[in-house]
Design a protein around this ligand. Structure first.
Ligand SMILES: Nc1ncnc2c1ncn2[C@@H]1O[C@H](COP(=O)(O)OP(=O)(O)O)[C@@H](O)[C@H]1O
Ligand SMILES: [Mg+2]
Length: 474
């Protein structure tokens, strides 16, 4: 594309011009050669006709002297035929009629007998002084007395045809140049017109702002070639709008979730400050405040984690880990809580996973934390590792009411909480499963959920294929 003008309009104008030149040159070359052939054909026909005419005139005279006496009758025959040379020679070769205004050297041509009819195949080529290949014919003609014959020579200097063709060609050249110029101009106008929908699209697009993301480019008036582009852009706008919508919902949720602990803090503190209190009461307040602070800190930490993961800024030290050993550690951490609620934590299976240790523990911790919270008192939680050929899975299952089907698609969403009544509880932020989902995506794996009344299973799936190593290499 180097050397082409940047403007599409100019390019199209140039292309129009170039195409027109090519077409006009081809057409005029063809026409010129057709014209040259036709002219030559006509000339040759005239040469033959001239011989016939002279023969005809000769029949009307009975002696060479009569010819000499009235050469005009013969000369008239050549009138209006540019470059025509006419000679009539007597039986001894003496000139009777000589019509050769430019005194061209007359070639010696084979002579056609008096009884042979001349036609184009009897013509011969000769060269006048200008060097242009020309045609001519020599034939005997009988006088009126039916005995004597004279020699007729008819030649035509083709130089005039060359001059004619030259004039024609220079005219064609000018016509071609003008035509190309006109085509380029027309091409420019047409291209400008044709590109108008693009300019209109640009105007539409510049009207799209953050607050007006619902704007769509008008597909009604664009030509079909551009409709694909308009549709693609509109799809892109729809995705952006959707993403933007979720982002603003997310910040609304965020504000809402920060407001609760903070209004708790303010309320409790105001009430306590209303009277003078005992040291015990102040201690109680601080303890309760501490819980809220901790909840806030946890939320902020979780938010930060998600934000960093969104920007791929989470530091990961991926290595081969014994999944069972990691699960043992997590289970141990929950021992006291589980015992409190008389819940058994059962571990089973073996397997290796390629994962970051901290993130793996964090994901499993979130699952076990949820399971413990939703399992009925006195029930059991099952944690199972299974090493498959393509993935190692970790399943955490618990009893209880389960997650309603309509809630299932949302549990991995940020700030989603199944039970709104508990949304103010200090332990629920609705970020747990969102974090699990993010951690699994960071590992190239996935998390899935299935839930029926009495059994809810969350499954982590770590790919066995060396996805992470490949990613790091690539
Ligand atoms: N093991 C489980 N059993 C039943 N419901 C669950 C389980 N795990 C998650 N849920 C549902 O999914 C929701 C989202 O979970 P999560 O993101 O961890 O938020 P949080 O635990 O802070 O409420 C929970 O509020 C709950 O309704
Ligand atoms: Mg949770």
């Amino acid at each position: 594309m180097m050397g082409l003008p940047a403007s599409l309009t100019a390019r199209m104008a140039l292309a129009y011009g170039a195409a027109t030149v090519a077409i006009l040159v081809a057409v005029s070359t063809y026409l010129a050669s057709a014209l040259a052939t036709q002219l030559q054909d006509r000339d040759e026909g005239e040469l033959v006709g001239e011989v016939l005419l002279v023969r005809h005139l000769l029949r009307e005279v009975s002696s060479e002297a009569e010819i000499r006496a009235d050469t005009h009758r013969f000369a008239d025959l050549a009138l209006g035929h540019e470059g025509l040379i006419l000679l009539v020679r007597g039986s001894r070769g003496e000139p009777l009629v000589t019509l050769n205004p430019r005194h061209e050297p007359v070639p010696a041509l084979p002579v056609l007998p008096a009884n042979a009819t001349p036609d184009k195949s009897r013509l011969h080529t000769w060269y006048p002084r200008n060097g242009v290949a020309s045609r001519g014919i020599a034939a005997l003609g009988q006088l009126g007395d039916g005995e004597r014959t004279v020699e007729i020579v008819v030649l035509r200097d083709a130089g005039y045809r060359v001059a004619l063709m030259k004039a024609y060609q220079s005219q064609m050249l000018w016509a071609t140049l003008c035509g190309a110029g006109a085509a380029a101009g027309l091409g420019y106008l047409l291209a400008r017109r044709g590109l108008r929908p693009l300019r209109r699209m640009a105007e539409d697009a510049s009207a799209v702002t953050m607050s007006r993301l619902a704007t769509r480019l008008d597909a009604g008036h664009v030509p079909s070639e551009l409709r694909v582009l308009v549709d693609a852009l509109n799809d892109m706008l729809a995705r952006l709008e959707d993403g933007f919508q979720r982002l603003s919902e997310f910040s609304a949720d965020l504000a809402h979730d920060f407001r609760t602990p903070i209004s708790n803090l303010i309320g409790q503190t105001q009430v306590t400050l209303g009277h003078s209190r005992t040291v015990q009461e102040y201690e109680n307040l601080l303890e309760s405040n501490l819980e809220e602070y901790e909840r806030l800190a946890r939320m902020i930490e979780n938010m930060l984690f998600l934000a960093r993961a969104d920007h791929a800024q989470v530091a990961m030290a991926v290595r081969e880990l014994d999944a069972r050993a990691e699960l043992d550690t997590v289970a141990e951490y929950f021992e006291a809580v589980a015992a409190d609620r008389d819940i058994k934590v059962r571990l089973a299976g073996q397997g290796m996973v390629r994962a970051d240790q901290t993130l793996l523990r964090r994901a499993v911790t979130n699952l076990v934390d949820n399971a413990l919270r939703h399992a009925p008192t006195g029930s059991a939680i099952d944690i199972r590792v299974a090493a498959g050929s393509t993935a190692t899975t970790i399943r955490v299952g618990n009893g209880g009411a389960g997650i309603p089907p309509e809630a299932l698609p949302h549990v991995f969403g940020r700030f989603y909480r199944g039970d709104p009544a508990r949304s103010n509880s200090s332990s629920s932020t609705g970020l747990g499963l969102a974090i699990v989902d993010t951690i699994m995506r960071l590992h190239g794996g996935s998390v899935s959920v299935r839930s029926l009344p009495g059994e809810t299973v969350l499954e982590l799936s770590f790919p066995v294929v060396n996805v992470l190593a490949q990613r790091a290499d690539g």
